[in-house]
Design a binder for this molecule. Structure first.
Ligand SMILES: Nc1ncnc2c1ncn2[C@@H]1O[C@H](COP(=O)(O)OP(=O)(O)OP(=O)(O)O)[C@@H](O)[C@H]1O
Ligand SMILES: [Mg+2]
Length: 259
């Protein structure tokens, strides 16, 4: 068995500001294997984004260790890519121009860059929209463009912070389906944060359920759903119904949920 890629061991994170001290997460331990799709679900303020930030090396634990590929993270982790709820597309650049940003920063040669952008555009289903500006894109297309930009420099691990929260249910399902397929094809390791239990169960190979702040792992569930699951028909799947039911029962017993 290969060693896990991401290892959290007894991680606690406390933020000290001039006005208050906040313990965001407490004693969090979990591992993520290569190519594993892990969903992290829990109430607002339980430290989900903090967890991603620590994996990206943006924050460091107050207590415990965050290791990536066998090394303790002490600096930014360049092997991760981040996607948030906000697409942060540059309005003055068209789709191709936005996807080029990380490649330009990396100093890629023009020819190679054009080829790479073409592959990415095809990969996320934006062929024909290369010259379109963000203001002219639908919500789903913006997500596709942001996803292509995220994949541009081929990060090994994708850190996704509620990327589909603003989409309508139907489009969300479509994007979830495509994301899972793409990540499987490209063998990406994914930490996907959501506060939607259904989304967590639909997408995760493993689901980490967090308590309210300070976030601790209440439950870690290995998904009984097949890797090539059909997200469109999950709602009637007995395994899906059982796992979401179990998670709801656990969440309902949490009394520290914050608004
Ligand atoms: N840089 C920071 N400085 C001070 N406090 C912070 C910082 N980042 C997060 N916190 C605090 O840590 C706690 C956890 O925040 P975090 O953003 O990780 O929660 P979350 O689970 O992502 O919430 P949400 O679902 O609302 O996005 C919150 O109380 C937040 O105010
Ligand atoms: Mg958050």
């Amino acid at each position: 068995m290969t060693a896990p890629l991401i290892v959290f061991t007894g991680v606690s994170k406390t933020f000290e500001t001039a006005r208050r001290t906040v313990e965001a997460v407490r004693d969090v331990s979990f591992t993520a294997s290569r190519s594993e799709f892990i969903t992290v679900v829990g109430p607002s303020g339980c430290g989900k984004s903090t967890l991603l930030n620590m994996t990206a090396g943006l924050f460091h634990p107050t207590k415990g260790l965050v290791q990536y590929d066998g090394m303790t993270l002490t600096d930014l982790n360049p092997r991760t890519g981040y996607m948030t709820q906000n697409d942060h597309l540059l309005p003055w650049r068209d789709v191709a121009g936005n996807i080029r940003v990380p490649l330009e920063i990396a100093g890629m040669a023009k020819r190679e860059m054009a080829d790479r952008v073409a592959v990415l555009i095809e990969m996320v289903g934006l062929t024909g929209f290369e010259r379109v500006y963000p203001s002219q894109l639908s919500g789903g297309m913006k997500k596709r463009a942001a996803l292509a930009r995220l994949l541009a420099y081929d990060p090994e691990t994708l850190l996704m912070d509620e990327p589909f929260a603003a989409l309508d249910a139907q489009l969300r399902l479509k994007m979830q389906t495509e994301l899972r397929q793409l990540c499987r094809r490209l063998h990406k390791t994914v930490l996907f944060v959501t506060h939607d239990l259904d989304e967590a169960v639909a997408l995760g190979d493993r689901i980490l359920l967090f308590s309210g702040r300070p976030g601790t792992i209440y439950q870690s569930i290995v998904s009984p759903l097949p890797p090539d699951r059909d997200l469109y028909h999950l709602r009637r799947d007995p395994d899906f119904v059982r796992v979401t039911g179990d998670l709801w029962d656990t969440l309902a017993s949490t009394s520290t949920v914050e608004a």
